[in-house]
Design a protein around this ligand. Structure first.
Ligand code: ZN
Length: 79
């Protein structure tokens, strides 16, 4: 699983998280931000999860989730 960035332009306008071409809404705190973060297997899956209301957090809520739920990170090999 990887972390994907979802921008307003990635979303359907009817998606709950979509606010405008520049803004999206966090699924946890409702704050408006420029991007959401999603854990998924692919960008396509990440977009689907946001569309289904199952994912999509602002940076603050995403970091809090990682800390609170005990996620472990894998450092990528040098590119
Ligand atoms: Zn949030």
């Amino acid at each position: 699983m990887k972390v994907f960035t979802i921008l307003p332009t990635d979303l359907n306008r009817r998606c709950w998280n979509y606010v405008s071409k520049e803004e999206v809404k966090c699924g946890n705190c409702n704050w408006r931000t420029t991007r959401l973060f999603v854990i998924a297997e692919s960008k396509r899956e990440a977009i689907r999860l946001v569309g289904e209301g199952q994912a999509g957090l602002c940076g603050e809520c995403f970091a809090e989730m990682l800390a609170d739920e005990g996620y472990e990170l894998k450092i990528p090999e040098k590119r």
